[in-house]
Design a binder for this molecule. Structure first.
Ligand SMILES: [Zn+2]
Length: 121
């Protein structure tokens, strides 16, 4: 087992989807098809940290995922609104929904990893 994760590596560990305790093991199984939902490992392969702390533990990750989707939608809206001022409301709406849908898989993973890094114990 390695030492505790330093504050400097916190953000890097979140984006690389690493274990909140050791920063080495992967939270999600690697090489899962893009068409399937990502599969979480039950424990860290390095330090045996149990990721799913209790039943319903990841319910809070839903709020983080919602926040990420809203943020991406707002950024997309303003980018398109200022880059293409003549874009119709219909195409603007379709574009925002498409970006949120395309980012859904990454949001799912990112929200869970952020959650276990915020509430590790
Ligand atoms: Zn670990």
């Amino acid at each position: 087992m390695k030492g505790q994760v330093s504050k400097k590596r916190f953000v890097l560990n979140v984006f690389q989807e690493k274990c909140p305790k050791c920063g080495i093991g992967h939270v999600f199984k690697q090489n899962v098809s893009l068409l399937k939902l990502p599969i979480m490992n039950e424990e860290c392969e390095n330090c045996n940290y149990h990721f799913d702390r209790e039943p319903g533990y990841f319910l809070g990750a839903m709020y983080i995922s919602y926040g990420l989707a809203i943020f991406q939608g707002i950024v997309t809206f303003f980018l398109l609104h200022f880059l293409f001022p003549n874009l119709s409301t219909t195409w603007l709406s379709i574009s925002v929904i498409a970006v949120i849908a395309l980012c859904g898989r990454k949001n799912y993973k990112l929200s869970r990893v952020i959650y276990i890094h915020i509430f590790p114990w």
